[in-house]
Design a protein around this ligand. Structure first.
Ligand SMILES: Cc1cc2nc3c(=O)[nH]c(=O)nc-3n(C[C@H](O)[C@H](O)[C@H](O)COP(=O)(O)OP(=O)(O)OC[C@H]3O[C@@H](n4cnc5c(N)ncnc54)[C@H](O)[C@@H]3O)c2cc1C
Length: 405
């Protein structure tokens, strides 16, 4: 059997695996990325694309801005401007900001908190024509804030991260990648079986599990159930309607979570689609499709009553958000990626797309600490296919054709 020695094997081609592939290759390590389905991940390809600054993290928890989250927006901006660790200058930026609006009397705590941050550069109160078009109606009586977030087009992000490394990204049926593991959880080799090619073996220095929901099964393969992960079911809704203005905003809820999150995406047929998340998607996990679409219509009619939804088409879909379980009594921090070392593996869940660069940095720091150096030449081309890029729900649920790259 042929054996290929190499530095890293990465499992999973979502944002985490692709970011790491870029960082490791730039540092001189030779890597192979194995994907069991399509390029671009499961959660990643269906993400809204918001790169959160501190405020959303604050709203999800203790109303405190996070320094880490603040840094992440800076890290992403540097990459988008072509002066960061990875060149993302080809990525489409959908919006330079996400807004937050509230109805009068709503979420007094959060509004007080936001008001206290008005001079910090994190958040600005906006009025009149500075507000998103859907909030410029004379009947709108609430407050609007501009957050220091970005919204990215995820398909173009995935294509940009994958482009320099397409020949190192392979599709392999999960059942055809067998990990040979010793009794201290070290993967000694990975044998790739399959009926249409000869058996071969990969022998990496280190293995990275960046497989989202698939991490649990990979951990079981190396003989451990820790760290544990949980799946939080979501039921987002998409709306397609004629002449929708772009909208990138959270509506503040009664508690500290956004009641409704809206981002806008242009499908390959040129139509504008609103992507509805927030509490609607969280609470909607218990509703069937019909009830969820009714709930979405009701929210839009309540929160934006001046908009006309006649003729709008609604679709919903289900997806799990995968998060590691905190192993202490304290709640898991939502502003930090999780990276765990198990044997010669790194296992990672960023928790948010925003935090993928942080997960990668933690792994790069750990590699530097243990003075791991590139040892091997680039492996030859393997007899495996390269995966096609996945599509976001707004390209598939309304019956349009695919968009490439
Ligand atoms: C609806 C929704 C909206 C979101 N919106 C945002 C947002 O706006 N901003 C934000 O910061 N975060 C957002 N998130 C969170 C963010 O999407 C995730 O934290 C992030 O995308 C996780 O990326 P990942 O690469 O770790 O996992 P995934 O994107 O899930 O990718 C994992 C990949 O591993 C592959 N895989 C699985 N098992 C195996 C195996 N055994 N071998 C090989 N490959 C395998 C899968 O096929 C998949 O391609 C959102 C999440 C959801 C669910």
């Amino acid at each position: 059997m042929r054996t290929h020695d190499l530095d890293f094997v990465i499992f999973g081609s979502g944002i985490t695996g692709l970011w790491l592939l870029n960082r490791l290759q730039s540092a001189g390590f030779h890597c192979i990325l194995l994907e069991s389905d399509r390029l671009g991940g499961v959660q990643t390809m269906q993400a809204n694309g918001i790169i959160h600054g501190g405020m959303k993290f604050g709203l999800g928890g203790l109303l405190s801005p996070s320094e880490d989250a603040h840094d992440m927006v800076g890290t992403w901006r540097a990459c988008l401007e072509g002066r960061g660790d990875i060149d993302l200058s080809e990525v489409r930026i959908l919006s330079q900001a996400q807004y937050l609006w509230s109805e009068p009397g709503m979420m007094a705590d959060a509004i007080n908190f936001l008001s206290s941050k008005l001079h910090s550069g994190e958040v600005h109160a906006v009025d009149g024509e500075q507000r998103p078009a859907s909030l410029q109606h004379p009947d709108f009586k609430g407050s609007t804030y501009r957050l220091r977030d970005l919204v990215l087009d995820v398909p173009s992000l995935v294509a940009t991260l994958a482009r320099p490394h397409r020949e190192r990204i392979y599709r392999v049926d999960y059942r055809h990648a067998q990990l040979e593991v010793d009794d201290v959880h070290q993967t000694r080799s990975i044998t790739i079986t399959g009926s249409d090619h000869e058996l071969f073996r990969l022998r990496p220095q280190r293995v990275i599990f960046a497989a989202g929901a698939g991490n649990a099964e990979l951990l079981a393969d190396i003989g451990t159930l820790k760290p544990e992960q949980e799946a939080r079911p979501l039921h987002p809704v998409l709306v397609k309607a004629a002449q929708l203005p772009p909208m990138y905003a959270h509506c503040a809820g009664a508690d500290q979570r956004p009641r409704l999150t809206i981002t806008s995406h242009i499908a390959s047929d040129g139509s504008m689609i609103w992507y509805l998340g927030g509490e609607l998607a969280e609470h909607g996990a218990l509703r069937d499709d019909t009830l969820q679409i009714e709930a979405a219509r009701e929210e839009l009619n309540t929160l934006l009553p001046w908009m006309d939804w006649q003729g709008a088409r609604f679709r919903s879909f289900r997806i799990d958000r995968i998060l590691p379980v905190s192993d202490s009594l304290l709640p898991r921090r939502t502003d930090q990626a999780t990276v765990e070392r198990v044997g010669n593996h790194y296992v990672t869940w960023p928790g948010k797309m925003t935090l993928a660069p942080q997960a990668a940095q933690q792994i790069m720091d750990s590699i530097a600490e243990e003075r791991l150096a590139p040892l091997y030449e680039a492996p030859p081309a393997l007899p495996l296919p390269h995966p096609e890029q996945a599509l976001p729900a707004w390209e598939t649920l309304f019956g349009q054709g695919p968009r490439h790259g």
